[in-house]
Design a protein. Structure first.
Length: 163
């Protein structure tokens, strides 16, 4: 009984300090908020106003997880709308190609304790003030268990561009 109390207290303390390990997938954007407005990307910047950051998708599950789909979203009033440069649902193949910084996620698979990284990741638009933006990720393990994670990226307006 005393061991259970100690374990419960340790879990409570970890949760209170933000140190608790998340089960399944976890997404982190850095820096967040981002005020980075320039970076080298293939083909150059597709929008006049851009925000750049590093996105890491970590597998905290005890088994490999395959990312089956992911999406960028922009807030429009009271709803989130899908928005990505491909104008179509993003797949495991896209994930493996885009999230290849560090250890590649071959076939969209992320091994237990490993991360897949896209650096730089970005979003952009025609206004120096970005709407709210987030990325979502859906995955599945070999047994068919589904995983989902999301994280919002906060965008600092471009200096000198907003009145």
């Amino acid at each position: 009984m005393k061991t259970l109390q100690i374990l419960a207290l340790a879990a409570l303390a970890a949760a209170a300090c933000g140190c608790a390990r998340q089960a399944g997938l976890a997404v982190t954007h850095t820096p967040n908020p981002t005020a980075v407005h320039t970076a080298k990307i293939p083909g150059g910047a597709p929008y006049p106003h851009m925000w750049f950051y590093r996105t890491e998708v970590r597998n905290n599950a005890a088994v490999p997880v395959r990312i089956t789909g992911f999406e960028g979203w922009l807030r429009d009033g009271s709803r989130w709308i899908p928005a990505n440069i491909m104008n179509r649902p993003l797949t495991s193949k896209d994930f493996a190609k885009w999230y290849a910084d560090g250890k590649p996620a071959a076939g969209g698979w992320i091994q237990p304790g490993a991360s897949a990284v896209c650096d730089p990741n970005w979003h952009g638009g025609t206004s120096p003030v970005s709407p709210r933006c987030k990325w979502t990720y859906e995955g599945v393990d070999a047994a068919g268990k589904k995983y989902r994670a999301e994280a919002e990226i906060k965008s600092v307006p471009e200096k000198g561009m907003v009145r």
